[in-house]
Write a protein of this length. Structure first.
Length: 394
């Protein structure tokens, strides 16, 4: 089976490696440097499993910038390009997906197209009509940054959907789901083959529920901090209820990263003509939490505040939409000097903030150091550390 994968971020590269164990796979990207790294068996993203599989496993995987040449005789073409939220349009920017669709229509309109990029509810049906391409499937991903390949090897579920009324494509959806199962290590995997619009809703509602859970425990923490209560004891008492569970409950500076902020806003936009209160409150709650964190810092009257890491998650080099950046903007707006310690940054400047990657100098420069997640290297400055990390995880 020849498979082309457009986009080599967390989603694209992890799927390419998974499928390249048993198929001939070509990873397509517009950035030559990323293509060269993959061909030299080096990972362009931080993910331990990806790095291990690229360096040690025998994979039928090649990378290229010439998408048209590999699309023309591919059996499946997976689209996993970025779909960032456009705050002006109040919708996902799906232009990267459409660029691939245009090239596929030109070079191989008979290939089965599988969209893996996150898209609005109703997108697949609309784009199928606009491009007159009936052979489009949608398969949402449920991956964590820093654990993308692991989550493909041990998936919580596999969802591959087909357009409503196109029963002949159901067989293709099942075939693709079997390819994903074939590459996985986990054997007992739940597989769903719904229609595309339902699958799009599964993706956005799943991530919005995760955001809801983050927002809930953050608001609990805000209440406890304002009232002088022990947040950890309250959370432990609540989460002993098996219906709630002791997971995804560690307070933070707000939900961030690539997925949750944009997916919650997109779902809210999809609710434009549907009555709701909860979805709006999830989006608003995150903004309120970041403002609260900033005001807690301002109340300490610091001159210089240090930001320990811009990344939101362990084993990740990605700080797109990290909540701490909004906290930084509020602090700077109040005249506070803000400096950053972020070893993944090679520059001494980020968004006009000074970057200090001499850790001792960083610690000595700051009146207060704020950290979304605690690290052992901060233990000697606990007297000037502000974090809401209670469980040293998540």
């Amino acid at each position: 089976m020849k498979i082309a994968v457009a986009g080599t971020g967390y989603v694209g590269l992890s799927n390419a490696i998974l499928l390249a164990q048993h198929n001939e796979v070509y990873a397509v990207d517009i950035i030559q440097e990323k293509v060269d790294m993959i061909n030299n068996r080096k990972s362009p993203i931080v993910d331990k499993e990806i790095e291990e599989y690229l360096s040690k496993k025998t994979l039928s995987l090649k990378a290229t910038c010439d998408g048209e040449s590999v699309y023309k005789d591919a059996d499946f073409i997976i689209i996993s390009t970025p779909t960032n939220y456009d705050s002006v349009k109040n919708f996902f920017d799906t232009s990267s997906v459409e660029k691939v669709l245009e090239l596929v229509k030109k070079s191989n309109s008979k290939a089965t197209i599988v969209i893996k990029s996150t898209i609005p509810v109703g997108y697949t049906e609309r784009i199928k009509r606009e491009y007159k391409l009936d052979n489009i499937l949608f398969s949402p991903e449920f991956l964590r940054e820093g654990h993308a390949l692991y989550d493909n090897l041990y998936p919580s579920r596999i969802v591959v959907s087909y357009p409503k009324g196109h029963e002949e494509l159901k067989a293709k959806a099942i075939e693709f789901s079997n390819l994903l199962k074939q590459g996985a290590i986990k054997k007992d995997i739940d597989v769903l083959i719904p229609n595309c619009t339902e699958a799009e809703a599964i993706k956005l509602f799943a991530n919005t529920y995760l955001a809801l859970r983050v927002a809930y425990f953050n608001e609990l923490d805000t209440y406890a901090e304002m009232k002088g209560l022990n947040t950890k004891q309250i959370i432990e008492g609540i989460c002993l209820d098996p219906r709630i569970g002791d997971f995804y409950n560690n307070p933070s500076f707000g939900y961030g990263g690539y997925c949750l902020p944009k997916d919650t806003k997109q779902l809210l936009a999809n609710f434009n003509d549907v009555p709701q209160n909860l979805i709006r409150s999830i989006v608003d709650s995150n903004k309120t939490r970041k403002e609260f964190i900033a005001h807690q810092i301002l109340a300490k009257n610091p001159e210089t505040v240090g930001i320990y890491r811009l990344t939101m998650k362990a084993n990740s080099d990605n700080f797109r939409q990290s909540s701490i950046q909004d906290v930084m903007k509020i602090l700077r707006g109040e005249g506070i000097k803000v400096v950053i310690y972020e070893p993944t940054l090679k520059s001494d400047n980020f968004e006009k903030y000074a970057v200090i990657n001499d850790f001792d100098l960083f610690k000595n420069t700051c009146d207060i150091v704020i950290a979304n997640r605690f690290s052992e290297e901060l233990k000697d400055i606990k007297n000037k550390l502000y974090t809401r990390d209670l469980f040293s995880r998540d």
